[in-house]
Structures are given as C-alpha cells and as structure tokens.
Design a protein around this ligand. Structure first.
Ligand SMILES: [Zn+2]
Length: 119
C-alpha cells in the first residue's frame, strides 16, 4: 500500500466520521431535549416516550461507535508517520492492499483479523 494513498483513504474516512459524529451529536441533543420536555406530560402520548428513549440510545451508541472508529484511524495515521503502517501488529506480515483498501485503519492481517488489539 502506497503511504500517500493510505493517508488519503484515512483522511477521507476521518472527514466522513466527523460528519457522522456531528449528526449523531445533534440527534442525541434533540432526542434528549424531547425526552426532557415530555416529563410531567404523562398520558399525552404514551407511545412516544419509548421511541424517544430508543432514539437517544441509538444516538448514544452512534456517538460511541464513531469515537472508537476515530481513534482507530488516528492510530493508523500515527503508524503511517512511524512507518509501521500496513504491517500486522501480531505477526508483522504485510497486510494485503485489498484489505487495506476496504478498511484502511486495520492493523492486523486477515489471519489475525479477530485478535483483540490491546495497544
Ligand atoms: Zn498477522
């Protein structure tokens, strides 16, 4: 994998994540504002309360997912700077381009794809 190309992929993904994070953050704020607004309004729309809570939880989850993914990409960019990008953190094998093209932030080869990263 060409480092310049890898950086381009990672930077693009980071920009998309920021966009999603912004959206998720807004959704969470709106959802929790709605939920708070319904306190004391018992009986008006009993069915809506559960929906709002579900939306809040979904937004929370999305915010968390985006945060985790963001850290992974930032770590990959750091590996690019160090010159260790594109090699498996478990066995040191070069990760094939096809895998990096699909998921530029991975730091394990296919064989170690499920190995939990402890770094
Ligand atoms: Zn490996």
């Amino acid at each position: 994998m060409n480092p310049d190309h890898a950086r381009e992929l990672l930077t693009t993904e980071l920009a998309e994540l920021d966009e999603r994070a912004r959206f998720a953050g807004e959704t969470r704020e709106e959802a929790s504002a709605d939920t708070l607004g319904q306190e004391g309004a018992m009986g008006q729309h009993p069915g809506d309360y559960g929906t709002e809570v579900a939306n809040t939880m979904e937004a929370e989850l999305l915010v968390d997912t985006v945060a985790v993914q963001r850290r992974r990409i930032e770590a990959a960019l750091a590996r690019l700077d160090e010159g260790t990008y594109g090699t498996c953190s478990v066995c040191g094998t070069e990760i094939d381009d096809e895998r990096l093209e699909a998921r530029p932030e991975v730091d394990t080869c296919r064989e170690h794809a499920d190995t939990p990263v402890t770094a």
